[in-house]
Design a protein around this ligand. Structure first.
Ligand SMILES: [Zn+2]
Length: 112
């Protein structure tokens, strides 16, 4: 995702930098938990790290599906088609960190 966000720096530097910063925070947070994990115990990921992770994954999925981010999968992207393999994988990752995509007809969270 960092590479995909970097590809947007020329078009929207502030947005790309925000995604990259969140991605770095998520990676460091998850890395710290993995490094301190002993005996393969279940990981406890901090809420802050989960927020960063969810935000980056959501932004990537939305950017890829809208065609704002260039998807490297090589599969056709059509609005009426199923998401490509990469987007499906990112969506699965989003579910792992407790996030989900809003349905197209759902109002944004701050308008509910
Ligand atoms: Zn794709």
């Amino acid at each position: 995702m960092c590479k995909l966000a970097t590809g947007r720096i020329g078009n929207d530097p502030a947005d790309a930098a925000g995604v990259l910063t969140d991605a770095a925070d998520a990676i460091v947070g998850i890395g710290a938990e993995l490094r301190t994990n002993e005996d393969n115990e279940p990981l406890t990921i901090s809420a802050r790290t989960l927020v960063y992770s969810r935000r980056v994954l959501t932004r990537a999925i939305e950017g890829l599906m809208a065609g704002i981010w260039v998807c490297p999968c090589g599969e056709p992207h059509r609005p009426d088609a199923d998401p490509c393999t990469l987007v499906q994988g990112l969506t699965a990752d989003l579910n792992v960190v407790g996030g989900w995509l809003a349905a197209p007809n759902e109002r944004p969270g701050d308008q509910r």
